[in-house]
Design a protein around this ligand. Structure first.
Ligand SMILES: Cc1cc2nc3c(=O)[nH]c(=O)nc-3n(C[C@H](O)[C@H](O)[C@H](O)COP(=O)(O)OP(=O)(O)OC[C@H]3O[C@@H](n4cnc5c(N)ncnc54)[C@H](O)[C@@H]3O)c2cc1C
Length: 413
């Protein structure tokens, strides 16, 4: 009888167990929480964006760190296979804007229930409230795990599916990274990613709660553009958030440790500076007696008017006919490049994912097996892999878990 221990009953751990079914073997999940899939439950704002129905090229492009490493496991169990897998298990899915895939019910709990049903069917032994303290490794071979209560659980194969360090309240507080370090398995530096950004200027928190749609965000460091994207963003009490900002944190968050960034929002990306100036001339000519605050109301959300006019040092009560050509040009310029400074990222508590983790150099890409320790596997967010939003991070969890399960299955049979 082969004993297979999976540490962590999150997305990756459950998928690994669900895809393991070898006669003559027993699969255990040890989960520190009182239930499985605590983080999965809050994904996609409770709706669980479980993958993305894009084509292969887009799938690869969505991978931010070590995309090439994912090639093999994605080829074996890609986004289309994930969709098929869940649908065959009876979970109805739908595809929304940006090819994001969700359960038709809009309930992440249905994704969890689907996997749990599969675990039941396969007689997986689920041990809740059971935190693994350390790995039991002897002579470069895995022998089992040691639980927090001191019990040793023998195992022929161990899959570490403990997640990263983001949203630690869900149970992922970095234990798997510690397990790796204790065995001298290289772990790259970790940092929060897909996370809001902290800004310097006081006028940003003054606009908290305001969300901007169809704008372009540009980030520069030492004069060089490091990020430029079109979409939606949000002002908060500490800085900025929203899809554009989260993606920016994943694409260039690492650079922030080297110094602050200058950010510019193009509030009118559909218009050139010249077109915008013509529009302003028209507005000013048609409404000569209107105050600037009123005129700007047709161009900006109301929460933005005072901070905006403050930056160009214009009195909001000034009338259109009193506004000089230079002042009008300053307004047009600011509409095309509203500035602020990004000083850092928010913490792991607010980060959707962790960037960094067990180095992929330590892992066989086809199987997720650890090169140094026989019988040991790492899957999911504990690995140095991450992607942008859109269902791609769960895809990493599903594909890496399926790769480990397939390898163990092959070895046992
Ligand atoms: C708010 C939020 C929304 C998200 N939305 C999406 C989305 O819509 N789509 C998407 O693709 N991704 C989303 N993600 C990212 C996605 O949830 C993760 O990438 C994914 O859950 C990683 O899966 P995992 O199994 O590797 O880790 P986790 O899901 O974190 O699971 C790890 C499990 O291991 C357990 N564990 C840890 N240490 C131990 C130990 N020592 N002993 C026993 N058990 C242990 C933990 O309790 C946990 O249950 C979101 C993340 C957050 C925080």
């Amino acid at each position: 009888m082969s004993e297979i221990v999976i540490i962590g009953g999150g997305a990756a751990g459950m998928m690994a167990a669900a895809r393991l079914s070898v006669p003559g073997s027993r699969v255990h999940i040890f989960e520190r929480n009182e239930k499985l899939g605590k983080k999965l439950f809050i994904t996609g704002k409770g709706r669980c964006n479980l993958t993305n129905a894009c084509d292969r090229q887009e799938l690869m492009d969505a991978m931010v760190t070590n995309g090439k490493f994912m090639f093999s496991s994605l080829s074996a169990f890609d986004n289309i296979a994930v969709i098929q897998y869940f649908e065959e298990l009876g979970l109805k899915l739908k595809t929304e804007r940006g090819m994001r895939v969700f359960p038709v019910s809009d309930h992440s709990s249905d994704v969890i229930r689907t996997l749990e049903n599969q675990l039941k069917k396969k007689n997986v032994c689920i041990h809740l409230n059971s935190r693994v303290k350390t790995l039991d490794i002897r002579d470069k071979k895995v022998c089992g795990v040691v639980l927090e209560n001191g019990c040793t659980v023998p195992a022929d194969y161990v899959i570490v599916a403990t997640g990263g360090m983001s949203y630690p309240v869900t149970g992922s507080s970095g234990d798997g990274l510690r397990f790796a370090k204790e065995q001298n398995i290289k772990v790259t530096d970790v940092m929060p990613s897909l996370v809001p950004m902290v800004t310097k200027e006081e006028y940003i928190p003054a606009m908290q709660g305001l969300s901007l749609k169809n704008v372009e965000l540009k980030l520069l460091q030492k004069g060089k553009t490091v990020y430029k994207e079109f979409g939606e963003m949000l002002f908060t009490h500490f800085g900025v958030s929203g899809p554009l900002v989260l993606t920016a944190s994943a694409r260039c968050g690492k650079r922030l440790s080297k110094g602050e960034m200058q950010a510019f929002i193009d509030l009118k990306p559909a218009l050139s500076l010249e077109q915008l100036d013509h529009r302003l001339i028209r507005e000013f000519q048609e409404n000569p007696k209107k105050q600037l605050a009123t005129i700007m109301g047709s161009l900006l959300p109301s929460k933005m008017i005072d901070p905006f006019l403050g930056i160009v040092a214009l009195d909001s009560r000034k009338m259109a006919c009193e506004t000089s050509k230079g002042e009008r040009a300053a307004i047009a310029g600011l509409l095309k490049a509203f500035p602020f400074t990004v000083t850092g990222l928010r913490g792991f508590e607010e980060a959707i994912i962790t960037k960094g983790g067990v180095s992929v150099r330590e892992i066989v890409p086809k199987t997720m097996a650890c090169k140094q320790v026989e019988g040991l596997y790492f899957v999911g967010e504990v690995l140095d892999l991450d992607a942008v939003t859109g269902g791609f991070n769960l895809q990493i969890a599903w594909s890496t878990a399926a790769a480990a399960a397939a390898d163990i299955q092959e070895k046992i049979q």
